[in-house]
Ligand binder design. Structure first.
Ligand code: DGY
Length: 329
């Protein structure tokens, strides 16, 4: 008998066809009340779940006693209660690697947009203000030759370092749990404490995963260490940055600007003070959102799911501690 899988994300026709060949599929949209009720009805017989942006905690897992694999179409796993997965012997998989370069591109898009005031000046033209040659009040700041501080030197951090060093002749500083000598060698990067990095960088880019250790990693005290001319970019998770502290710093021009791809509340509420700031560029969590990369992520998630359901160890297993129980070792 085919295993039962709940999809909470629509996939391409090709991937849907592949899934239908091997498993029973139920597609559900849990963002609506009706969809959530459908999800709750489907969980008791589900052996697999695949999707993104759904919080899977112990309460939800308790409704799915037959669950074997949850395949997330994301690299970030902050939506999942990993300890509960381990205790219940449920495998959790994610989609690293395939989104690394695209997400680093998003980081650089925000760096360039904030430095050269691309979005602000686009709005200015559309509002009919371009009546004469521009002057210093419209000038931005250089990116090339400056110092980029990368907080979190994982795959995405390294892809940023490569762009910065090879493409923009930037000096790269980084802070991470452990020094990465190979990154230092490849990109001439320098390891710094977080405080030193904040003090010395012209651009600071956050790439750390969200965890209790990184929640509000950057708040008033850290922002106060940054150069008044510096720009802060967040492509990690909204909660890594204390949003109220950033708003205060931007309102009082304590730093030059910021670019955020992630926010504490997504979608961003229409009354958010972030929307009032000209020295801030916002994008709606587009880190990996290109057609090619989202398809590659979905393919990777399907591979992980089908491997797990077939009793094979998935390539991107997040919680190896659950594997012995699942594989019967
Ligand atoms: C990821 O893959 O974690 C992206 O941030 C999308 O959620």
């Amino acid at each position: 008998m085919k295993k039962s899988v709940v999809l909470y994300k629509r996939l391409s026709a090709e991937l849907m066809a592949r899934l239908h060949e091997q498993v029973e599929v139920q597609l559900i949209d849990p963002s609506t009340a009706a969809g959530l009720a459908q999800l709750h009805d489907a969980l008791p017989k589900a052996q697999g779940l695949l999707g993104a942006s759904l919080k899977v905690d112990d309460a939800l897992l308790s409704l799915a006693p037959q669950l074997e694999v949850v395949s997330s179409v994301s690299v970030g796993v902050d939506n999942y209660a990993i300890e509960a997965f381990n205790q219940r012997g449920v495998l959790l998989t994610n989609t690293p690697d395939v989104l690394t370069e695209t997400t680093a591109d998003t980081g650089f898009a925000l760096i360039l947009a904030a430095a050269r005031r691309v979005v602000e000046l686009d709005r200015w033209i559309r509002a009919g203000h371009w009546q004469a040659a521009i002057g210093p009040s419209h000038f931005g700041c250089d990116v090339q030759g400056k110092t980029l501080g990368i907080v979190g030197m994982g795959r995405i951090g390294e892809a940023l370092a490569r762009r910065a060093a090879a493409g923009f002749g930037m000096q790269v500083l980084y802070h991470s749990r452990n020094p990465r000598p190979e990154v230092e060698q490849r990109y001439g990067a320098g390891y710094r404490s977080l405080s030193e990095l904040l003090q010395q960088s012209d651009f600071v880019c956050l790439t750390v995963p969200l965890s209790p250790a990184t929640e509000n990693l950057i708040s008033h005290e850290q922002l106060a260490l940054m150069k008044p001319s510096a720009i802060l970019i967040n492509i990690a998770r909204g909660k890594v940055l204390d949003e109220a502290a950033l708003i205060d710093a931007l309102q009082h021009q304590r730093i030059r600007g910021a670019g955020l791809d992630v926010m504490v509340q997504e979608p961003l509420p229409q009354d958010s003070p972030l929307l009032q700031l000209d020295n801030l560029v916002l994008t709606p969590h587009i880190g990996s959102a290109t057609l090619e990369t989202r398809e590659a992520m979905a393919r990777c998630a399907v591979d992980n799911l089908l491997a797990g359901l077939a009793g094979e160890r998935p390539a991107n297993l997040v919680n190896p501690s659950a594997w012995p129980r699942r594989s019967g070792i």
